[in-house]
Ligand binder design. Structure first.
Ligand code: HEM
Length: 276
């Protein structure tokens, strides 16, 4: 089962034993139980109806272990659904929110983006086929994923002693590594704190070291939604930015980063101004 109190733990300055009923833990556990109840009801309804909707839930219900031939019970299916929901929803919506934040503060980038969208799409909605003709829109989304990576750190459990440079990382440790930190190293990036989508021109990252830019991580646990997230992010950005300019509702309002389990922001009160 997913760690119910994981988010509360991350923000706690010291590690508090599991059995102590912190208010945040109680709250998180109540939310978690509610989410599980909703998803279990969905699973049961789908099984009872016998209908196939060709979606992820269908795939999980028919999945069979290669060796035993057994399917999953409702509990692990519920875990998988929650994982996809949490991994795919918060990350993408944050990437889009930070993109609009960056556009507000970088009018030249915004003007270039609008020019591309107006030229390629004119007054129609973007489709999948348009993606290859929207390189600047993609560069904008990629630069946000560098500057404010939604999943800005990951952890790995160390199963055996490992030497990292001069340092021995002993078996049993948990290592944290951060894309945010790497994406802002001035030995790797020119003016890392400047928002500059042009870094990604002509698919430049194809020549970079794989751990220079890794908003979706790497290795066996690389984001399984990476391609989908890129497609979704660029399409949603194009859809909104084609039709509207986003501005802060109060120009003096200061939006602050709130690094939790994802790279969140404080409130982002906006005004939506129709463009065309
Ligand atoms: C901008 C959007 C997204 C970002 C920045 C992002 C980032 C990441 C990162 C960094 C990891 C690796 C975590 C680790 O190494 O421990 C990850 C894993 C994962 N992502 Fe995403 N993700 C995004 C969107 C999505 C979407 C749309 C889906 C699903 C449709 C998804 C599903 C997953 C899943 C299931 C994992 C776990 C993979 C595993 O542990 O084997 N993500 N994501």
């Amino acid at each position: 089962m997913l760690q119910e109190s994981a988010i509360g733990e991350l923000r706690a300055p010291v590690s508090v034993p599991e059995w102590i009923p912190l208010p945040s833990r109680k709250r998180n556990n109540a939310y978690s139980r509610r989410l599980r109840t909703i998803i279990m009801e969905l699973i049961q309804k789908r099984c009872e109806s016998g209908e196939s909707q060709g979606d992820l839930l269908d795939m999980l219900l028919v999945a069979r272990d290669e060796k035993s031939g057994h399917g999953m019970t409702d509990e692990p299916i519920c875990d998988e659904v929650i994982m996809i929901f949490l991994a795919g929803y918060d990350t993408t919506s944050l990437a889009l929110s930070w993109t609009f934040f960056n556009l507000i503060h970088n009018p030249t980038v915004e003007a270039k983006l609008h020019y591309e969208l107006d030229t390629v799409l004119d007054r129609r909605q973007p489709t999948l086929e348009d993606l290859r003709n929207l390189p600047y829109t993609e560069m904008v989304f990629k630069e946000t994923s560098r500057h404010q990576p939604s999943a800005y750190f990951q952890t790995r459990y160390v199963y055996s002693d490992v030497k990292l440079g001069d340092m021995l990382v002993p078996k049993g440790s948990t290592v944290m590594f951060s894309s945010y930190a790497t994406h802002h190293r001035d030995d790797l990036w020119d003016e890392p704190f400047v928002y500059r989508p042009e870094r990604f021109a002509d698919n430049a990252e194809a020549d970079w070291h794989p751990f220079k830019y890794f908003p979706f991580s790497h290795g066996p646990h690389v984001c399984i939604g990476k391609r989908f997230a890129m497609m979704e992010g660029v399409l949603v950005l194009a859809t909104i930015a084609r039709q509207a300019t986003i501005r802060l509702a109060d120009p003096n309002y200061v939006v602050k980063p709130v690094p939790r389990i994802t790279f969140q922001m404080s409130d982002f009160p906006i005004t939506v101004i129709p463009r065309r």
